[in-house]
Design a protein around this ligand. Structure first.
Ligand SMILES: N[C@@H](CCC(=O)N[C@@H](CS)C(=O)NCC(=O)O)C(=O)O
Length: 339
């Protein structure tokens, strides 16, 4: 009996350690094609925006780049597909893109009834309001009767309706299809207020001809956990996107950066050896090469590096880490362990 139990336990262990990766049709297609098709915005600084040379930059872009580094060993092997809010889910459902990484809020409706899966949270956001300083108000509760520039097909529209109703206030929606149009509408005085995820207000403000003419009100009226999305029905790909983001977050926790990962590897530790694929399950569970997480950090960087250069103090946006600090630094960013 004892011996049998031992054999059974060994069998279970060997399955759990060397277990084969789930087949992924999306991964096969990505490898065959040679690049990841990533749905992004039509242009929001800090998240996904082409620079003056036409190279896409931003936090959401870095998540696409991380997946390309993990799957193809080359973070540059990404084709960016700009999508407005209304187009984004259809593009994913129809297979036009492999993943959506586009300031998209994880909600029950989207996760349960669109045939999609959210693979994590890249940024914990919340909806806010930006006004022209001339409007002379200090709080969103003074906005009764205001006109609001809003983008269609967003949670922003729904939250604004809830908030004004709950506070017995009226508003007039002025609806646009893209971020650019929304900003231009606000700038041209078509509305009193621009409402959006608060981090994007800071991003859109730098698009104004006179950023100092606008201010962001203190209220945050919703929870907007933004993250990458994949189609349901390809669990292998879901795992890959999820763990690519987790690798970036774990890298920050371990103090790994694109600049120091090579030198840190000279002094091995069990956790680092597992991370870089020298020990443990390596890449086999995900169907990737053993150095998948190393490639993400080497080519793209840790979550902290990506945050800093795109949204934080190393960027024009200068957004504080706040809720997006690591769990052991007072924030919510927490990734399951690589082991
Ligand atoms: N997080 C919200 C809002 C996302 C959103 O699309 N926000 C606008 C703010 S203006 C945007 O980023 N637009 C970019 C674009 O039009 O490409 C959602 O998932 O519905």
């Amino acid at each position: 009996m004892k011996k049998l139990g031992l054999i059974a336990a060994t069998a279970v262990m060997s399955v759990s350690v060397t277990g084969t990766a789930m087949a992924s049709a999306t991964l096969d297609a990505v490898k065959e094609r040679g690049y990841v098709q990533c749905g992004v915005t039509t242009g929001v600084p800090g998240y996904s925006n082409p620079d003056d040379k036409g190279n896409w930059k931003g936090m959401d872009v870095d998540v696409c780049r991380g997946v390309a580094a993990a799957t193809l060993g080359d973070a540059d092997k990404v084709k960016y597909i700009p999508l407005n809010a209304k187009e984004r889910f259809t593009a994913l459902q129809s297979g036009e893109i492999d993943m959506l990484s586009r300031v998209t809020t994880w909600t029950l409706t989207r996760d349960s009834s669109l045939g999609l899966n959210f693979a994590g949270v890249t940024y914990y956001d919340g909806q806010g309001f930006m006004i022209n300083k001339n409007l002379g108000v200090k709080s969103a509760l003074e906005l009764d009767g205001a006109s609001l520039c809003i983008q269609s097909g967003t949670t922003t529209e729904l939250n604004a309706a809830d908030y004004f109703r709950a506070n017995k206030m009226q508003f007039e929606p002025v609806v646009f299809d893209t971020a650019d149009q929304t900003v231009k509408g606000f700038e041209a005085g078509r509305c009193d207020v621009l409402t959006s995820d608060q981090s994007q207000l800071y991003a859109l403000r730098i698009k104004l001809a006179k950023p100092d003419s606008a201010m962001v009100l203190p209220e945050i009226i919703s929870k907007e956990p933004l993250g990458p999305v994949v189609r349901q029905g390809d669990d292998g790909w879901f795992n890959i996107v999820k763990w690519s983001l987790f690798a970036m977050i774990n890298a920050e926790e371990m103090g790994l950066t694109s600049g120091n990962i090579d030198s840190k590897m000279k002094n091995s530790s069990p956790a680092l050896d597992r991370f870089v694929g020298k020990e443990g399950i390596k890449g086999s569970g995900l169907g990737l090469s053993d150095d998948w997480a190393y490639q993400i950090v080497k080519q793209v960087g840790s979550y902290g590096e990506a945050f800093d250069r795109n949204l934080g103090m190393g960027s024009p946006l200068k957004i504080e880490r706040g809720l997006n600090a690591l769990w052991n630094k007072g924030g919510l960013q927490y990734a399951p362990p690589i082991r």
